[in-house]
Ligand binder design. Structure first.
Ligand SMILES: *[C@@H]1O[C@H](CO)[C@@H](O)[C@H](O)[C@H]1NC(C)=O
Ligand SMILES: *[C@@H]1O[C@H](CO)[C@@H](O)[C@H](O)[C@H]1NC(C)=O
Ligand SMILES: *[C@@H]1O[C@H](CO)[C@@H](O)[C@H](O)[C@H]1NC(C)=O
Ligand SMILES: *[C@@H]1O[C@H](CO)[C@@H](O)[C@H](O)[C@H]1NC(C)=O
Ligand SMILES: *[C@@H]1O[C@H](CO)[C@@H](O)[C@H](O)[C@H]1NC(C)=O
Ligand SMILES: *[C@@H]1O[C@H](CO)[C@@H](O)[C@H](O)[C@H]1NC(C)=O
Ligand SMILES: *[C@@H]1O[C@H](CO)[C@@H](O)[C@H](O)[C@H]1NC(C)=O
Ligand SMILES: *[C@@H]1O[C@H](CO)[C@@H](O)[C@H](O)[C@H]1NC(C)=O
Length: 684
């Protein structure tokens, strides 16, 4: 067969120009929402060359060489020079030694290739533009449209639906773009069933702006080089379905005889001029082709006769980032480039219970004061409770409920306070509290994989405790319940806690069809002997999951300042990889930065006293740091971001690029020189 093919079409190997006959007529049924007619894209010839100057620069930047302390230039632009000559090959499975493409999925017996291609494109763009793995749900597209198993679709209408266009679709919800939710929010099944996403999908959907149509092959290659993958439509010949590669470099091209069974849609993740082929990620599982991928001859099966589609400037949801940020700063989808930071700073004055919301624009890197609010009232006027001055800084997360911010902080009356910011109506309110429990530590806060809120915090008696808050937080009666005592205050006395609570993806099966899988929880606290200790439990919410003390590390850690911890995604192979922990803590004026490589955690549990798992990566030069308040792995290539407080009470912003550098010290809160900006909103 392979020999036969190359004899029949030797010319294709040298002649990339193609010409095409009229569109073929797939003999399959279609389903009403897409309108009548055969779901083929526009002819490529009807789309002119792109005006590149009208398209925003790609936020992709190649991973930096570690230990390069060059300051981030401040604007989100491509590291690929425009007009640079096109490389002979581009493959997003391996660019600068990084994979940007999720595992090939399996559409099963349904005609859902269009949902798979669009989902695969969004996943790839989140990884390229924001660095995180973000497995999206094909069912959220397929069933969200209201499609039946045998319904055909096309790339253009599907992208339009996800972007929030097309009121004709069954489930398009007003002016809120549909987006695509994460896989566990709506596990894909190749059977006929209704649309039943998770209740909190609004904060779990990655949004996209409008798509880019590309008709000219040269533009398509440039797009692949500078921006990312493209969706392609081609004629599905029976020899493609039965195709098996003879070797890893074998190239598919139509044998000229096999019959058409309709059209197929898939994701182009690169090209290779030496093989005269596109590199395609198919949706027939990793067992098909070459690990689910195929080198697909230029021109064959009309692939270059139809328009291809790309995306840029995707807007990931807070749920997708939740393991990668901790403390008083988080990255949000707000702003033009969806990479703004939101920082919460409590006023350091005894007569004031105010705290400020400061934003950093992801494009200009400029900081501005967004709003401030009295922590003892709500901005809609409804006062609830008196809050005394916060001890230290609060902790923020973005939740799955409308992408709202939730903030907790412990005050000098030893109560824990909880505020929520509604992104739709831009108001703050007091949400709940833990009163009268003698809390005396800095809190860690996460939204768990089951959507509930969890807090771990030290109490004055030297215990470390876990508190749980039901998933929905709107009702005024919502309360925190004590779930576990992690350290009992006797055998292990805890001297300080901090925003170190992480729900990892260890033990989390992203492809669990029942979506009941939960990641293990890990937390680090400072003990009275000046060491730090890791504690962990499985993430399920039944009584069998209890906390276990594990590794002890470090020494001479002060007890008046919190450690901060996140899970990183550095050096990860794919969407199921585990990554490591990154921890920072202020020690006598410097910052100690610790890392744990977690490649052992899926094999066995961490145990008490194991040495050598935690490595101190760096101890910064003395920099008058009193506290570390936040650690974020954001969208800026392979970087981390940190907020510290100096001895004068001012906040400093740091970046890590293999080494920590203090980028700037922010103005004092009361400084009239602060630029002002609008209250943030996730709309639009
Ligand atoms: C909140 O605290 C301020 C002082 O910081 C006080 O003036 C104000 O009355 C308090 N508001 C409520 C509702 O208790
Ligand atoms: C807050 O404290 C002030 C002064 O102690 C008191 O007058 C006021 O009633 C308190 N407000 C609430 C809501 O408890
Ligand atoms: C905004 O939403 C909150 C709930 O998050 C509600 O309590 C409040 O009344 C709303 N305010 C306005 C002005 O709509
Ligand atoms: C946020 O505000 C909007 C508009 O006022 C309201 O519809 C929504 O329910 C609020 N969200 C929460 C979580 O209260
Ligand atoms: C976790 O378990 C507790 C106690 O059984 C229960 O009250 C709570 O609703 C559960 N939380 C979730 C999110 O299922
Ligand atoms: C920090 O300073 C304290 C007090 O001088 C000391 O006990 C501790 O060992 C120091 N920590 C480190 C890591 O040097
Ligand atoms: C994903 O990466 C992990 C290592 O992090 C590896 O064990 C696994 O086989 C990979 N999965 C696929 C489908 O390649
Ligand atoms: C508040 O700021 C002052 C300097 O303005 C500093 O001396 C003091 O330690 C700070 N207090 C707290 C609790 O951070």
């Amino acid at each position: 067969m392979i020999l036969f093919r190359s004899i029949l079409f030797p010319a294709l190997l040298v002649a990339p120009a193609c010409s095409f006959a009229a569109s073929p007529k797939p003999n399959a049924r279609r389903w009403a929402p897409w309108g009548d007619g055969i779901p083929v894209p526009a002819l490529a010839a009807s789309i002119g060359p792109i005006d590149w100057s009208s398209i925003s620069p790609s936020p992709y930047s190649a991973p930096r060489v570690l230990h390069n302390a060059a300051k981030y230039p401040g604007t989100a632009t491509s590291s690929i020079a425009a007009d640079s000559p096109l490389p002979a090959a581009v493959d997003w499975r391996n660019r600068n030694n990084m994979n940007y493409i999720t595992t090939a999925q399996n559409q099963g017996a349904c005609q859902s290739c269009w949902a798979f291609a669009v989902t695969a494109l969004v996943e790839a763009m989140v990884r390229i533009e924001h660095g995180i793995w973000s497995k999206r749900s094909e069912a959220d597209v397929h069933d969200g449209v209201g499609a039946a198993c045998e319904s055909f679709g096309n790339a253009e209408d599907t992208l339009g639906f996800v972007a929030g266009q097309g009121a004709e679709f069954l489930n398009s919800g007003g002016d809120t773009p549909h987006g695509i939710a994460d896989w566990p929010c709506d596990p894909y099944e190749a059977t006929l069933h209704g649309y039943t996403p998770c209740a909190d999908r609004s904060g779990r959907a990655t949004h996209i702006p409008f798509y880019q149509a590309l008709g000219v092959v040269e533009d398509q290659k440039r797009w692949l080089h500078e921006y990312g993958p493209l969706i392609a439509t081609f004629i599905l010949y029976s020899d493609f379905q039965s195709w098996k590669s003879a070797n890893a470099i074998d190239v598919y091209s139509w044998d000229g005889e096999a019959g058409s069974t309709g059209n197929h849609i898939a994701l182009i993740v690169g090209y290779d001029d030496a093989r005269q082929a596109w590199i395609i990620k198919n949706s027939w599982g990793p067992g098909w082709g070459q690990g689910g991928f195929v080198y697909f001859s230029y021109c064959t099966a009309n692939i270059d006769g139809w328009t291809k589609y790309g995306l840029t400037n995707v807007n990931p949801d807070p749920w997708a980032r939740k393991r990668h940020q901790s403390g008083n700063m988080m990255q949000t989808g707000n702003g033009e480039t969806h990479r703004d930071f939101e920082l919460f700073v409590s006023s350091n004055s005894t007569s004031n219970t105010e705290f400020a919301h400061i934003s950093r624009d992801g494009q200009t890197a400029g900081w501005s004061l967004t709003s401030s609010f009295q922590s003892n009232s709500s901005s809609d006027g409804s006062a609830h409770r008196n809050v005394s001055r916060l001890t230290g800084q609060p902790v923020v997360i973005g939740t799955s409920f409308g992408r709202d911010f939730h903030v907790v902080g412990v005050d000098e009356s030893r109560n824990l306070n909880h505020w929520a910011y509604n992104q739709s109506n831009t108001t703050w309110r007091q949400a709940s509290a833990i009163d009268g429990e003698d809390i005396d530590g800095y809190p860690g806060l996460v939204q768990s994989d089951d959507s509930s809120l969890l807090v771990v915090v030290r109490h004055a008696d030297g215990t470390l405790r876990e508190w749980q808050h039901a998933p929905r937080s709107e009702s005024e009666s919502s309360t925190w319940t004590l779930r576990s005592t992690i350290a009992d205050g006797e055998t292990i006395r805890v001297a300080q806690s901090g925003p170190t609570l992480v729900q990892s993806n260890v033990g989390f099966d992203i492809y669990d069809p029942k979506a009941s899988s939960r990641g293990n929880l890990y937390v680090v606290a400072v003990r009275t002997d000046g060491t730090m200790q890791l504690f962990w439990r499985t993430g399920n919410n039944d009584t069998t999951s209890s906390w276990t003390p594990a590794e002890v590390f470090g020494s001479g850690i002060p007890t008046d300042t919190p450690p901060v911890m996140i899970q990183d995604y550095f050096n990860t192979a794919n969407e199921s990889s585990i990554g490591g922990f990154q921890l920072a803590v202020a020690v006598n004026g410097s910052v100690q930065h610790w890392r744990r490589e977690n490649n052992d955690l899926h094999l066995g549990s961490p145990v008490v006293g194991t040495q050598g798992r935690w490595l101190m990566v760096e101890e910064t030069a003395a920099a008058e740091v009193k506290h570390v308040w936040s650690l974020v792995q954001g969208s800026f290539s392979q970087k981390m971001h940190m907020i510290t407080e100096g001895s004068g009470g001012k906040m400093s912003y740091w970046e890590w690029d293999g080494k920590w550098a203090r980028v700037e010290t922010l103005l004092a809160l009361g400084d009239s020189a602060w630029p002002r900006s609008e209250r943030v909103s996730s709309r639009g």
